[in-house]
Design a protein around this ligand. Structure first.
Ligand code: GLU
Length: 304
């Protein structure tokens, strides 16, 4: 099977369709992105690397970073982490407050904002220099020192981050945040502001296609069991309240971000990153989802 050719064909097909999505504008700086950008890059564990379109343009990875912060926190705390948050799909929007009261401040999963804020708190308590140490962890995943935060995006989100502030304070009222909310939120906004391109994303996320180990030198980032669980969480909770739809149409574990990026993993095979900034009503990249649906249908390379 010629995967490059299939990607090219689907790319040319999807670039032509009318984009029914809207660029995220609740973070002012995200609204300035060129909405016509569209990039795809695949990296396989047997060393195929292929990209098309704007796959070398950096963009704001936003919630995709939640997989990386969870990986580091999971590596540090192990299974104890699940005392602070759950592993169930929420069925609510990514920034929803509604379940937290009934659940006594225990977020349903690490990929909704409430859960990622608790993970940020865990990292703050366990890292000496949280911002620097987290960046070093991310850079080390794919030996890529080009990866960085965007202060512009982080500041832009911080100025309007009332809902995340509400989540953080509310969780703290239940005793599930240990640090000062302002510090937790600053760190959360920083990690959401990471910028990468599709090539960097697909290469970096290969560890989750390779049982938690780096594909180049085989060093272990997560245990096999942790890697399995990360994939399970991405499958069930990675696409806000559209996770079922993504499993149904695409059939891969993955994670999206409001910057229009999606990373999807096929354990034992590949990681693929897609970026198109306009989002559907559930907050996932409209063309990104359409592309991946076609890709796993044509190649039959889904996990189901
Ligand atoms: N920084 C964003 C927020 O908290 C992340 C949202 C996302 O990408 O899902 O609203």
């Amino acid at each position: 099977m010629n995967v490059e050719k299939i990607i090219q064909e689907i790319y040319l097909q999807i670039i032509e369709i009318e984009d029914e999505g809207q660029v995220a504008s609740y973070i002012p700086e995200l609204a300035n992105v060129d909405a016509t950008k569209f990039g795809v890059h695949i990296s396989t564990i047997d060393h195929l690397h292929f990209g098309i379109g704007h796959c070398y343009d950096k963009f704001s990875i936003q919630s995709i970073a939640k997989v990386l912060s969870l990986s580091l926190a999971y590596k540090i705390l192990g299974e104890k982490i699940w005392e602070r948050l759950g592993v169930e799909p929420s069925g609510t929007g990514f920034n929803s407050l509604v379940q937290l009261e009934a659940d006594n401040g225990i977020p349903r999963n690490p990929f909704i904002n409430a859960g990622a804020i608790v993970i940020s708190d865990i990292l703050l308590s366990n890292l000496e220099n949280p911002k620097e140490d987290f960046l070093a962890f991310v850079r080390n995943l794919s030996d890529n020192s080009e990866i960085n935060y965007s202060d512009k995006i982080a500041t832009s989100e911080k100025i309007v981050g009332y809902r995340n502030a509400a989540l953080c304070h509310f969780i703290k009222s239940f005793g599930n945040i240990q640090n000062e909310p302002a510090d937790v939120l600053n760190f959360y906004f920083d990690l959401c502001s990471l910028e990468m391109n599709c090539q960097e994303l697909s290469e970096l996320f290969l560890y989750l296609a390779n049982h938690g180990s780096n594909v180049v030198d085989n060093h272990s980032i997560l245990t096999k069991s942790q890697s399995k669980r990360m994939n399970a969480l991405m499958q069930t909770c990675g696409f806000y309240d559209e996770s079922g739809e993504f499993a149904f149409k695409v059939g891969l574990p993955g994670k999206s971000g409001v910057g229009g990026g999606i990373i999807a993993i096929h354990p034992n095979q590949y990681a693929i990153a897609v970026w198109s900034p306009k989002l559907n009503k559930k907050g996932n990249s409209y063309k990104g989802m359409r592309f991946l649906e076609e890709f796993t249908t044509k190649t039959q390379l889904s996990i189901f």
